[in-house]
Design a binder for this molecule. Sequence first.
Ligand code: CA
Length: 420
Amino acid sequence: MTAPQTSWIDSANDGQTHFPLQNLPYGVFSVKGQSPRVGVAIGDQILDLAALDDAGLLPAAAKGTFAAATLNRFIALGKSTWGETRKRLTALLSGEDAALRDNAALRDKALVPMSAAALHLPVDIPGYTDFYSSKEHATNVGRMFRDPDNALLPNWLEIPIGYNGRASSVVVSGTPLHRPNGQIKLPNEARPVFSACRKLDFELEMGFIVGKESALGEPVSTADAPAHMFGMVLLNDWSARDIQQWEYVPLGPFNSKGFGTSISPWVVTMDALEPFRRDNPEQSPQPLPYLQQQDKNAYDIALEVSLQPEGAPAPSTICRTNFKAMYWTMAQQLAHHTVSGCNVRVGDLMGSGTISGTTPDSYGSMLELTRNGAEPVTLADGSQRGFLQDGDSVIMTGYCQGEGYRVGFGTVAGKILPAR
Ligand code: CA
């Protein structure tokens, strides 16, 4: 094992941080009195790319794209500029190029403690699509709501099932959400009631950000799909199960999902994730030709969900799982999304679907963890949860384990406020 390359910023080298030199995720931040700009996370610091750009230290191709409230302009420059910028940042932060390390005035200007910054939604998201690509999740839900013996619908093994979600309500980690109101059909009533959701849930997901648009009418193949991906985030697809159960036939979820979707503030690039590509899961039957893939499109990302009631001293971990077990890959999702001729745009967010493993402690939703509320989970403070209560915070985290370092996603957290 060779020691990992290190940074002159000490906090990037402890082996535990999510943001070592090998990661360099992009986000949008602001400090008091200044407008939002693009930054990169390194250890416990944020590197202000607008300041570095002003100092002439970043690639000319990216000039002027970092003094911006979203990553979209930078992302739209394309893969070669992403690569060139990553190379420059690696040189500057390793000290291989001393221009930043040895310039105290620039360091003062360009390095901001993460604790002193506000993090913003990193991308202007033109469209949000949510898939349903974990076989274990689809099976668990099918068992509960349909037929235990035929849990998977016949199309599930042929299609990366998805629906067009709501982009306007995608929010950055830390944004609280009100418990939604809606129509709920109680079992013994003829008509629905209008009520606050009684079965509020999270869904542990990851999302990828589209980095390259496709033309209307032109499908993206599974081979070309990775070139259309900029990076990934953690995603919590908050779900109102009782509203969902009444509304989802025949066109799928609507108000039960549209009230909010949370993402983590740091976009981890596909370049940083490259060492963590793994063999694709076995697929049987073999998918139709347009869904077949040659590349390794699975990623080894350890994931965890914890829940913290209002006033509880610490969060309790309620789920541990891994992204690599997803049945349909992101490349297959994008190929399927565009095969009809539907185009995608820079900044589009593609949710993976709930990530559930095979064991009961690896399920990515309360619905599955508690069997629709029937078997509540017990938290560290002794309280029990079938579904989420007002004041509960849900915190998701995830990382790839390298040799002596972690490429991490930080967290996506959100607190539930009472219904309006
Ligand atoms: Ca979902």
